[in-house]
Structures are given as structure tokens and as C-alpha cells.
Design a protein around this ligand. Structure first.
Ligand SMILES: [Zn+2]
Length: 318
């Protein structure tokens, strides 16, 4: 199944096709608040904001399922295709390697191919010890792991919060507390503030202008053929002898001279590896860009949110 039947020309074509789908340059990492870079035992206070996509059932968080494929020393993050309702070559590889009955049984490879999960939200950063850029926006995206997500859910279920935490008026700030658990970073003591507060009324318009449609910031999607190539390249990079009965996970002989350029080509896709640093408890946020939602739909959602905020302020006599 890992045998690559595609010719180099096919691959190049697939890469180039995808390339035209990406925006040139990749400044998306600047849109993310890298809370995990904070010093241990410090707290960053943020105020989560609603998703511009009002059809998002989670309201202000989207799930991001992805694979992180280590290809020639580079970490390439791509969307799990099952997130998009398609067959996913990386998931399929992982399942086969984990299958004890399979002649290809290899848990290390199963783990390397296994899909990861993070969550994407957006927030105003109210307080942090992290040095922020002079041109920092009001609204940042955040990409965090299940630890923070589960704590958010637990706090929302606790009964300690008066209101929906993302309300502009009367919402609840979230305190991202970074600590050490053994040698690993932990965010388990992060929490919503039980005290409801208002975002400054004169900042609301600017905040709404900067808000994002969160689903556009999940891991970059490549098509199944490209992902299969990446899976093969990642298996190749793991080294060691190929397990028996697995077609050698490599490109065909005719492609060998070009082998070193595969990662470069993938890099050209714009799925550059995130700067993960040494943090192992939360995924680093630098997904590749995806085309923005049509301005019209984003605009009307913004108008609705702005109008609702204004009505709320009026109702409160502000
Ligand atoms: Zn997958």
C-alpha cells in the first residue's frame, strides 16, 4: 500500500497544483498568540471571542485534526483528511502499523502516523509577560491542546461562570497558567475567571473587525495523493529496515535522484514546520494559511455581532 506508483511528473504536478491554492508567503504565524512561549509559572490573561462562523456548534472553538509528519528533519503539519470526511492515508497507515495481526505491526510507526488533535480559538490578549510586537493586533488566534480545552469545558460546567464567557459585556476572562509537571509544560491550572467583566466598549468595533472565521485556520489540507507521498517520505525518514511485506516506503528508482527535493517541494506547499520549541504538551500554532472566507459572509457575520453588541450596550444604558 505504501508503494508509490506515481511518477515524478505526477508528483510535481500535484505539488504545483496545490501551490497555486496557497497564498504567497506565510505570515499566518503572526496571527497566533504563542502563549506557550511564556516563562514557567506565569499567567497570560485572554478573553475568548465568538467565531465569526455562527454555524460553528462549539461557538468559539474549532477542532483541528492533523498529522505531523517528520520528513527529513522537518515537521510537516497537514490536515487529517477524515476531518474533511475523506479517506486519510496517514490514518490508514497508522491503523495498519498498530494492528497486531498485521505483518506490518510496528507501534513506533503507528504512533508517528497517528493523528493529533488541537483546538483553535481567538482572543483578545489582555495581559501577558510575553513581549508583544509593536504592531500586534487586538485579536489573536490561539492553537492549544486538549489540556486547556478540557479545563475550559470543566469550568463552563462547574456552575462558577455567570455568563457565556465570550460575551463582550459580562463575559469571563481566561487565565492561561503555564507550570511544570515533571519536565513537561502543563496548563492544567488554567481557568476562567469567575468574575464577569466587560471588554472596553470603545474597542468592540475594532475587535469585531479583526475577528476570524476559525475553520480557515485549521491545519492545511493537501489532497490524498500528496499526503500519501508525505507519509512515504516520513516513513522513509524514520530509517531502519523496512518491515517485511511492506512495499518499501520510498519513491521508485527512477525518482531516486530527485528524492532529496521531495521535502523541499512539500515545503513549497506552504506547510512549513511550526516552531515547536521544546513544548510537548501543547501543539505549536503555525498552521499554513487557507483561503479566507468570502468577505461577504464574514462581513455580514461581523455586522450581526456588532449590532448585537451595540444593542446590549444600549440595553445597559451605556
Ligand atoms: Zn488522518
Amino acid at each position: 500500500m505504501f508503494k508509490n506508483k506515481r511518477s515524478l511528473a505526477d508528483l510535481v504536478s500535484a505539488f504545483e497544483t496545490k501551490n497555486t491554492d496557497t497564498t504567497s508567503g506565510n505570515d499566518d504565524w503572526k496571527k497566533f498568540f504563542h502563549f506557550y512561549k511564556a516563562a514557567v509559572d506565569t499567567t497570560s490573561t485572554v478573553r475568548f471571542l465568538p467565531d465569526l462562523d455562527e454555524d460553528n456548534p462549539r461557538g468559539f472553538v474549532v477542532e483541528n485534526l492533523y498529522h505531523e509528519l517528520n520528513i527529513n528533519g522537518r515537521k510537516e503539519r497537514v490536515a487529517c483528511l477524515r476531518m474533511h470526511g475523506e479517506d486519510c492515508p496517514a490514518c490508514k497507515a497508522s491503523e495498519q502499523f498498530y494492528d497486531e495481526k498485521s505483518p506490518n505491526h510496528n507501534p513506533a510507526k503507528g504512533k508517528a502516523m497517528y493523528r493529533k488533535k488541537s483546538y483553535i480559538a481567538q482572543a483578545v490578549v489582555l495581559e501577558t509577560t510575553i513581549q508583544m510586537r509593536d504592531d500586534a493586533p487586538l485579536v489573536f488566534l490561539l492553537d492549544f491542546g486538549p489540556q486547556i480545552y478540557n479545563k475550559m469545558i470543566a469550568d463552563m460546567k462547574s456552575g462558577d461562570l455567570e455568563n457565556n464567557p465570550v460575551e463582550f459585556q459580562g463575559g469571563h476572562n481566561f487565565r492561561i497558567r503555564k507550570s511544570l509537571n515533571g519536565t513537561e509544560n502543563s496548563y492544567a491550572t488554567s481557568s476562567f475567571s469567575p468574575k464577569p467583566t466587560d471588554l472596553p466598549a470603545d474597542m468592540i468595533d475594532q475587535i469585531v473587525d479583526q475577528m476570524y472565521d476559525l475553520k480557515n485556520y485549521r491545519a492545511k489540507r493537501v489532497d490524498a495523493a500528496v499526503m500519501e507521498t508525505m507519509v512515504n517520505a516520513a516513513l522513509n525518514s524514520m530509517g531502519g529496515p523496512a518491515p517485511q511485506n511492506v512495499a518499501k516506503p520510498t519513491v521508485q528508482p527512477a525518482v531516486q535522484p530527485e528524492q532529496k527535493t521531495v521535502a523541499q517541494q512539500i515545503g513549497d506547499l506552504g506547510v512549513d514546520s511550526p516552531d515547536v520549541g521544546t513544548d510537548t504538551t501543547v501543539s505549536a500554532a503555525q498552521p499554513a494559511p487557507t483561503p479566507a472566507a468570502p468577505a461577504s459572509s464574514g462581513q455580514s457575520a461581523r455586522d450581526v455581532i456588532r449590532a448585537r453588541a451595540a444593542a446590549l450596550r444600549a440595553g445597559r444604558g451605556e
